[in-house]
Design a protein around this ligand. Structure first.
Ligand SMILES: [Zn+2]
Length: 228
């Protein structure tokens, strides 16, 4: 049954460019090659070998680092004997306590809540594919993950930390705390989890697994209609 579904998928699949809406017939390609939109040049498909295993491993590593990266102090400043340090969590709380409610909430959402949610969703989806137990929930979660892409901004927070270091370099003694190392590693794992995520393969696997077991389910049919 599975080979029939595979061959049907490969044969009938049409890719729609998200940028210019050009419909392109899918052609199977190997790792190292890409399918680009002939009209706008957008990268549509870039196969990654063992994408599920790599994504699963990186999401677990990211989650293990998440709590120390967020709650441990990043930097320790010593300005003429006055020491101060703070974590990402402290910065969000400090902004709220100082009356900058919007900025505090923005830091919390973009640097803590969304990155954590993305890692949890990635763990759940890749684990379900790893054990071949995907369902309707997997479809909703993976779609949510793609929508959250614009809201996770750990990179922006990293840039602000680097700017602070550069500006304070001549005014204070700066010590890099454990939280800083964890934050750098968390950022690296988050970036690599996006690079190793073969979205096309994930959707294909989700379809393959769910197509056989829940075709008769009303909720699954509804999900498939919304997906298309
Ligand atoms: Zn295009």
């Amino acid at each position: 049954m599975k080979p029939q579904i595979d061959s049907q998928l490969e044969k009938d699949q049409i890719i729609l460019c998200p940028d210019c809406d050009l419909a392109i017939r899918y052609v199977p390609i190997t790792e190292g090659k890409r399918i680009l939109c002939p009209r706008c040049g957008r990268n549509l498909i870039s196969p990654v070998s063992n994408t599920v295993e790599k994504t699963l491993a990186l999401s677990i590593a990211g989650l293990l680092l998440f709590i120390p990266a967020i709650f441990l102090p990043l930097l320790d400043f010593d300005v003429i004997g006055l020491e101060s340090s703070g974590s990402i969590w402290d910065s969000a709380i400090a902004l709220v306590n100082s009356g900058f409610y919007f900025s505090g909430i923005a830091v919390f959402v973009t640097s803590i809540f969304v990155p954590l949610l993305k890692l949890l969703i990635l763990l759940q989806v890749s684990f379900q594919l790893y054990i071949s137990k995907a369902g309707v929930l997997t479809i909703y979660l993976f779609r949510t993950y793609k929508h959250l892409d614009e809201w996770g901004m750990l990179e922006v927070y990293m840039i602000s930390v680097l700017v602070t270091i550069v500006k304070m370099l001549h005014m204070a003694r700066i010590q890099y705390d454990t939280g800083f190392i964890c934050f750098i590693l968390l950022l690296i794992f988050t970036i690599f989890s996006s690079l190793f995520l073969d979205e096309h393969f994930f959707w294909k696997e989700i379809y393959k697994i769910t197509a056989n077991k829940t075709k008769s389910s009303p909720s699954f049919s509804q999900a498939k209609r919304q997906e298309s």
